[in-house]
Design a protein around this ligand. Sequence first.
Ligand code: NAD
Length: 370
Amino acid sequence: MDKAERKSDIMNMKIAVISGDGIGPEIVAEAKKVLDAVCDKYGHSIEYKDVLMGGASIDKYGVPLTEETINVCRESDAVLMGSIGGNTQTSPWYKLPPELRPEAGLLGIRKALALFANLRPAYLYPELKEACPLKESVADKGFDMMIMRELTGGLYFGDRYTKEIDGVTTAVDTLIYNENEIRRIAVKGFDIARKRHGKVTLVDKANVLDSSRLWRKVVTEVAADYPDVEFVTMLVDNAAMQLVKDPAQFDVMLTENMFGDILSDEASMITGSIGMLPSASLNETKFGLYEPSGGSAPDIAGKGIANPIATILSAAMMLRYTFDLDEEADAIENAVAKVLKEGYRTIDIAKAGESSLKTAEMGSLIADRI
Ligand code: NAD
């Protein structure tokens, strides 16, 4: 579709940009390049506002997150982020108390923006099948799933303490969820399944845990409002096995905080390439923070060799989930697939002996194919 046909949908997007530390600024620059190519093609415009967080914010303000950064993010439609943090062994940031270290900025912004739903897709590109550690017969079928993890409740946020009980040191963690916390993420999960392949798998431990039984009850109620979306439940121990046995069966995998923490890492491992994996964290509105799943890769920072694809795909998620620009998001995802099909690789996904591109070259090739 050309500009003229899409006039009614033309958008001016306000995006806060947290380039961050390490490879962050290098990979974010490429995502902006690709977003600008999308704007050129479809007639949209973007107002970027750069803000600091993590190590860069510590260096300037002495704290990893400022009110100004939070306010700029709140006033924007979405946040595009690189990654934050440094070498945890050598960087002076890690001599600071935990609440002043770079990662505290990340926890702080998730809280300040009420980002309760974390989305991590795991997709196996046919061209990168060899990086998949699964059996060839499993990898040959491919997979395309979205792990949807609750991010602000459950075991990581419940009361915890350690005390002597009858002379024995005892530790207690509390797994707590209320029905509202479950319903709001379930609704997001089913909405997203509608934009994808129309299936939700709820992963829980309902044979043991009361919290899981509440998840099952509430998610089953929500499922009734989405008769067009297939709904199944699976126990978490089985889900961990099925992820390596038959990952093609999953579309949206909906789950609570700790199960999602573990399963999303398992899902990223089976793709075999961390530099390819985007992520999103959403609140109750269309607002979201979009960032690559990997970290700031201090070992390769400044060399211009980081893979920008995870960040570019995070920008595609932003267009899809915050701005409902599915066609534009498809254009980015198709451009990435095309570049891979044409055989272009950054160093992390190149096979031994294969030549590789610099970060900026990969970004330009993708932008050119929009
Ligand atoms: P990492 O993901 O930064 O690096 C792990 C390995 O993957 C490294 O060898 C790195 O070179 C490689 N890698 C990561 N992204 C890549 C890319 N785009 N292209 C090519 N190779 C890539 O994990 P780490 O070394 O454990 O952590 C480094 C720092 O990042 C730490 O300070 C950590 O706290 C921080 N971190 C931040 C986030 C975030 O900002 N959300 C997430 C994870 C880790």
